[in-house]
Design a protein around this ligand. Sequence first.
Ligand code: DLL
Length: 435
Amino acid sequence: MSNYYQPEIECASVEELKKIQSEKLVAQVKRVYENVKYYRDLMDEKGVTPDDIKSIDDLHKLPFLTKADLRDAYPYGLLGTDLKNCVRIQSTSGTTGRRVVAFYTQKDVDMWEECCARAVMAVGGTNEDVCQVAYGYGLFTGGPGLNGGSHKVGCLTLPMSSGNTERQIQFMRDLHATILCCTPSYAAYIGETLKDMGLTPDDIDLKAGIFGAEPWTEAMRRDIEKSLGIKAYDIYGLTETSGPGVSFECEEQTGMHINEDHFLPEIIDPETGEVLPEGSKGELVFTSLDKEGFPLLRYRTRDICVLSRKKCSCGRTLIKMSKPMGRSDDMLIIRGVNVFPSQIETVLLNEGYSANYLIEVDRANNTDTLDVSVELTPEQFSDTVKDLSAKEKSLANAIKTMLGINPKVHLVAPKTITRSEGKAVRVVDKRKLHD
Ligand code: DLL
């Protein structure tokens, strides 16, 4: 049986949800038009006024916001209220040179924490649980978001932040943590460390994990579930809209329910900006329906995914999004071929290798090179040494079958690839350094 934090919303009929969304949208567009000159100018340029927006059916009339707008308007240009009404910022340094600074009023913080509380309850959390939050705390939204959600549910919250892995395991054991929140790559590392310490899942009390902030595959889910003896659930979000909890997985584990009473989703064609029908694969766009501090309308996330209203066995009616299938700006173009790092990860895991790998792209003699270093487990290492090059060749072939291009594969000794305590860095594109 599923637990809900706000059943009246999470299980509302689609008609009710759409009514709530329309009412909020009309009010939000008025507020943004009045308070945010940057967006008012964009609307004026497009010839749209708040009076043109009567329901969510008019959403497509509004202009998009992009990362470039966030840069242009940095730091205060998209503030939706007086700075004196704001109580917090969160920020991301980003890997591609973007720095987002988002502002929150107290109401925004409460709403965000409620979204995270829905996620905690969806994995079975109650006030009897002990929730270990091992996402980073500070400017990153992961720690503060899940911390707030865990409090709202009434779990005993362990605000560990990331890092110091053996201490994490010690607290986990001594205080009987039942729910773990961190990035999937850190969860995998914690699982590995547990084993290195001579412990098994029977030595801990964890039952569920809430993992997100970076792409991860189904194969990685299975590995983490096994190494920690838990059910692993996905959670999605971004600093621009609030942080974690924009969407969350339920017991069905088949995609994430979007908190669409707060974040109105659309899927668009990333090339043309055209809105695509439900079920199409495209770029996810969010409109914050009631944020006050940083109220972004039609914000283009760059995340590629699919939306679905298919009935969910958990009883929630909130629309679901698939796992992001990569970001339109994470895509590598190698020898003219579009490559998503997740495709390579899928091959590695399917071939029985670990998710400890590094993809390096470079250019030699005007040709792109693709090197994939993959770490062997101690067991694989001891019986691989003799036929290392045959194994490398066979893995290279499997990757070639998936991508259509030939990589150079390097199988490396255990523990030689740096572990991640936050978002993993798995791609190094050296070509950019030469530009
Ligand atoms: O990563 C917020 C977050 C914290 C989400 C903790 C979940 C858990 P940013 O640092 O702004 O915010 O990065 C947002 O990370 O646009 C996606 O590309 C990626 N991302 C977030 N969650 C997932 C996920 C946080 N579950 C960017 N799967 C987003 C795949 C994800 N990618």
